[in-house]
Design a protein around this ligand. Structure first.
Ligand SMILES: Nc1ncnc2c1ncn2[C@@H]1O[C@H](COP(=O)(O)OP(=O)(O)OP(=O)(O)O)[C@@H](O)[C@H]1O
Length: 176
């Protein structure tokens, strides 16, 4: 860990099994503010499972997940509040097909963070500008290329100004 940087997330002896199959075998990892961590491994080795345990989309079998120094894998924790600070870009992107590109990006800030439509549109348009996709603001996801969908999914996660962005990419995406 880099000295002087704040810890964002830490796992302590994190284990996850599906039935008899132990996928995560005791992971001790710490990610600090501003750090970019890439997890590489063969298909099926447990990368997505690890990410999904960090935001508790999967319940760890044992071990702890600490987010901003608090243990979050315990019943009292309000996971809605935690997930507001933890964005996730899913494999396949999961864009809402019935919403335009801009609406896909602004729905979180409007519905969850209670921002006004004009505040959310400004955040969304700024992100689209930075991604070179402003001309796509009013189209629907079905007319986007795979790479464009991916950037919109990233913009949608960033619009919530998360402390931690989890980016799930299948191993096959690295194939030549
Ligand atoms: N809900 C589940 N129930 C049972 N087994 C599961 C479940 N989710 C994942 N697995 C198994 O856990 C293992 C790890 O899967 P995971 O999706 O984490 O791999 P990955 O490293 O992200 O793979 P890829 O690079 O192909 O996306 C695989 O053997 C998978 O079949």
């Amino acid at each position: 860990m880099k000295e002087g940087y704040k810890k964002v997330i830490k796992t302590i002896n994190l284990k996850k099994s599906f039935g008899d199959k132990e996928v995560l075998k005791g992971i001790n990892e710490e990610i600090t503010e501003g750090e970019v961590v890439v997890i590489i491994g063969p298909s099926g080795s447990g990368k997505s499972t690890f990410l999904r345990c960090l935001n508790l989309l999967e319940n760890p079998t044992s071990g702890d997940v600490l987010f901003e120094k608090k243990r979050i894998n315990q019943p009292k924790v309000n996971m809605d509040l935690i997930r507001m600070k933890m964005g996730m870009v899913f494999q396949g992107f999961n864009l809402f097909p019935h919403l335009s590109v801009l609406e896909n990006i602004t729905i979180g800030p409007i519905e969850i963070q209670k921002r006004t439509v004009s505040q959310a549109n400004k955040i969304g348009e700024d992100l689209l500008m930075s991604m070179g996709l402003i001309e796509k603001a009013n189209v629907y996801p079905k007319s986007l290329s795979g790479g464009q969908k991916q950037r919109i999914a990233i913009a949608r996660a960033l619009a919530m100004q998360p402390r931690l962005l989890l980016f799930d990419e299948p191993t096959s995406a690295l194939d030549p």
